[in-house]
Design a protein around this ligand. Structure first.
Ligand code: SAH
Ligand code: SF4
Ligand code: F3S
Length: 477
C-alpha cells in the first residue's frame, strides 16, 4: 500500500479533497512492537475521522492489536466512514465489496464499519452489507474491545450510542502515517449548529469541548517528540468552551489558542473549522499577537445569497459574512482565507448563484473546497425543501465556481511573487526529490530547490519568485 508522508489537506483547488481518502495506514511503532493480532484501517471523510482513527489505534493497541498496512495479513479490517455526501457513502460501499475475497480466504476475518456512516445507518448497515460484522459510531470506540469479543463469538456487534460527554480526552492517540512534524489534535466533538443540508449533527451528536489541560498536555507531548505544528480540530472551533472546575476559569477558544501557542515559539498552531457567526475579535487579536499562530482561517461561506443562507440555516447574511472577512483583513492584513461552497442548494436561482461568485471574488479566497449539493436523509433540508436543481445545472454552477476559484488562487499566488516567507519543511516535493515542500503561515504550499543542510521539520526563509495556481515556487535565502 502507498505510504504517504506528510499528506495533509492539499492546497490545490479541488472539487473535493481526495488526497487522503481511503489511505491505509499504520504507525511507525509497527516496526518496533510485536503484536499477536493485526488490524488494518482506512479513513474517509474529514480530519476528525483521521484523528479518530488515531484514537481507535490507541484503544486497539492496548488490546494487543498492532496496525498493519497490509490488509492480507489483517485479523480485523476497519473502514472509518463518512456520510457527508451520497458519493462518500458510495465510495465506502464499493471499497467494502472489494474485501469479499479476503473474507472468503480467511473466514475468521472480522470487518467493522466505524464513523459517520455507521452512526447514520446503525443496524441497517448489517442488513444491507452482509460482509459487516461490527458497527460502531463515533462516540462508542471505547467499546471496541467488547464488540470485537462478541464478533469473535460469531454474533453481529453494534454500538452506535452518542454521548454528551465523550471526548476521549485521556486517550493518547497513536500517530498514524505521521511525518513526525505535523499533527491533528481534537479539541471538541459534535456540532450544535443545524445547517439544514448537513448530516454531521446527526452522526456526531451534541457539541462538547475537551478538557483544556488534556489538550495542552497532548500538544506539549508532541513538541517533546519533535513535532512542529498542531492543527486544533472541531466542527466549530470558535464555540470551544471549557470551565476549569478548580479555578472556575473560563477557557474560550481565544484563551485555548493562547495557551497552546505559549507551549513553544517553535510550535506552529493552526485550527479548523471556523463558523463565520462564532469567530470573535478576541480570536483575531490573539492570532495577531502570536507569531506562531498561523495567519490562516478556513471560513466556509456555503452560499453568497442571503436568501439561500437563510434556508441553509447558517444564521448570517451575505453582508455580515463580508464584514467578517473585512474585519479579519483589518486585524491581520496578511491573513489567508479559504472557504467551502455548495452549488445548487434547494431553490437556488441564477441570481443566487451569481451572488456566490460575487462573494468569492470580494473575499478573494486563496482556495476553496467546492461541492454539488447532495441531499442527506433526515436533515432539515431533506424534510423541508425539494432537491429541485437538476444535476446538470448543479454541475455547470459548480464548474463556474471552480473556475472562479482557480482564477482567485492564481491571482492570490501572483501577489506573493517577490515576498519572503517563513516555511516549515514537511518533506520532498511531490514532483522532485531535489526540491523541498513546505507551507507558509498562510497555509500555501511552497516548493524550492534543496540547498544547504536542512531537513524536514526545519523552518527556513524562502523568497518567492514564481507560482502556479496551487503552489508558490521559490529559493532559499
Ligand atoms: N463544520 C464545518 C464543515 C463540515 S462538512 C463547517 O461548518 O464549515 C464540510 C463541508 O461539506 C461543509 O462546509 C459543506 O460545504 C459541505 N457539505 C456538508 N453537507 C453537504 C451536503 N449535503 N451536500 C454538499 N456539501 C455538503
Ligand atoms: Fe455541519 Fe453546519 Fe455543523 Fe458545519 S457547522 S458540521 S456544516 S451543521
Ligand atoms: Fe464526514 Fe463525519 Fe467528517 S460525515 S465530513 S466524517 S464528521
Amino acid at each position: 500500500m502507498p505510504y504517504k508522508l506528510g499528506t495533509m489537506l492539499d492546497i490545490s483547488n479541488k472539487v473535493q479533497d481526495e488526497s487522503r481518502q481511503g489511505e491505509a495506514y499504520a504507525p511507525l511503532t509497527e516496526q518496533i512492537r510485536q503484536f499477536d493480532k493485526k488490524f488494518y484501517i482506512e479513513s474517509y471523510g474529514c480530519q476528525m475521522n483521521f484523528s479518530d482513527s488515531e484514537i481507535i489505534a490507541s484503544i486497539l493497541e492496548n488490546q494487543g492489536f498492532g496496525a498493519t498496512r497490509n490488509m492480507e495479513e489483517a485479523d480485523l479490517i476497519f473502514l472509518n466512514t463518512c456520510s457527508i455526501r451520497e458519493k462518500a457513502e458510495q465510495t465506502v460501499r464499493k471499497r467494502l465489496s472489494e474485501f469479499k475475497h479476503l473474507k472468503r480466504s480467511n473466514p475468521s476475518l472480522l470487518i467493522g464499519m466505524l464513523g459517520c456512516m455507521a452512526e447514520r445507518l446503525k443496524t441497517k448497515l448489517l442488513e444491507e452489507e452482509r460482509l459487516v460484522d461490527i458497527v460502531v459510531g463515533p462516540d462508542a470506540y471505547r467499546s471496541l474491545p467488547d464488540l470485537i469479543g462478541q464478533a469473535d463469538e460469531g454474533q453481529k456487534a453494534v454500538n452506535v450510542l452518542l454521548s454528551r460527554e465523550e471526548t476521549y480526552a485521556d486517550i493518547a492517540p497513536v500517530r498514524l502515517n505521521s511525518n513526525g512534524i505535523t499533527a491533528f489534535v481534537s479539541i471538541m466533538r459534535g456540532c450544535n449548529n443545524m445547517c439544514s443540508f448537513c448530516v454531521v449533527p446527526f452522526t456526531r451528536g451534541r457539541e462538547r469541548s475537551r478538557d483544556a489541560f488534556s489538550i495542552i498536555a497532548e500538544c506539549a507531548d508532541l513538541v517533546a517528540n519533535g513535532y512542529k505544528e498542531v492543527t486544533l480540530l472541531g466542527q466549530n472551533v470558535d464555540s470551544y468552551y471549557w470551565r476549569n472546575p478548580e479555578t472556575e476559569e473560563d477557557v474560550t477558544f481565544a484563551r485555548l489558542l493562547e495557551m497552546v501557542a505559549s507551549i513553544s515559539p517553535q510550535l506552529r498552531v493552526r485550527f479548523s473549522t471556523s463558523h463565520p457567526k462564532d469567530i470573535t475579535d478576541d480570536v483575531l487579536h490573539t492570532m495577531a499577537a502570536h507569531e506562531n499562530i498561523c495567519r490562516y482561517i478556513h471560513l466556509p461561506v456555503q452560499s453568497g445569497s442571503t436568501r439561500v443562507l437563510q434556508l441553509m440555516n447558517r444564521t448570517y447574511t451575505r453582508e455580515w459574512y463580508l464584514a467578517k472577512v473585512k474585519r479579519i483583513r483589518e486585524i491581520m492584513p496578511d491573513c489567508g482565507i479559504s472557504s467551502d461552497i455548495i452549488a445548487g442548494f434547494c431553490t437556488e436561482t441564477e441570481d443566487d448563484h451569481r451572488d456566490t461568485l460575487d462573494v468569492m471574488e470580494q473575499s478573494a479566497y486563496d482556495f476553496s473546497y467546492m461541492f454539488m449539493y447532495s441531499e442527506r436523509p433526515g436533515t432539515l433540508a431533506a424534510k423541508r425543501y425539494a432537491d429541485d436543481i437538476p444535476a446538470e445545472i448543479k454541475k455547470r454552477r459548480l464548474e463556474e465556481i471552480v473556475s472562479m476559484q482557480n482564477r482567485l488562487s492564481l491571482e492570490s499566488n501572483k501577489k506573493d511573487i517577490g515576498i519572503t516567507c517563513k516555511v516549515l519543511i514537511e518533506g520532498n516535493s511531490k514532483k522532485s526529490a531535489q526540491h523541498w515542500m513546505g507551507r507558509n503561515s498562510q497555509n500555501k504550499v511552497v516548493v524550492f530547490p534543496k540547498e544547504g543542510d536542512f531537513k524536514p521539520g526545519d523552518y527556513v526563509l524562502v523568497k518567492v519568485n514564481d507560482c502556479t495556481q496551487g503552489t508558490l515556487l521559490g529559493t532559499l535565502i
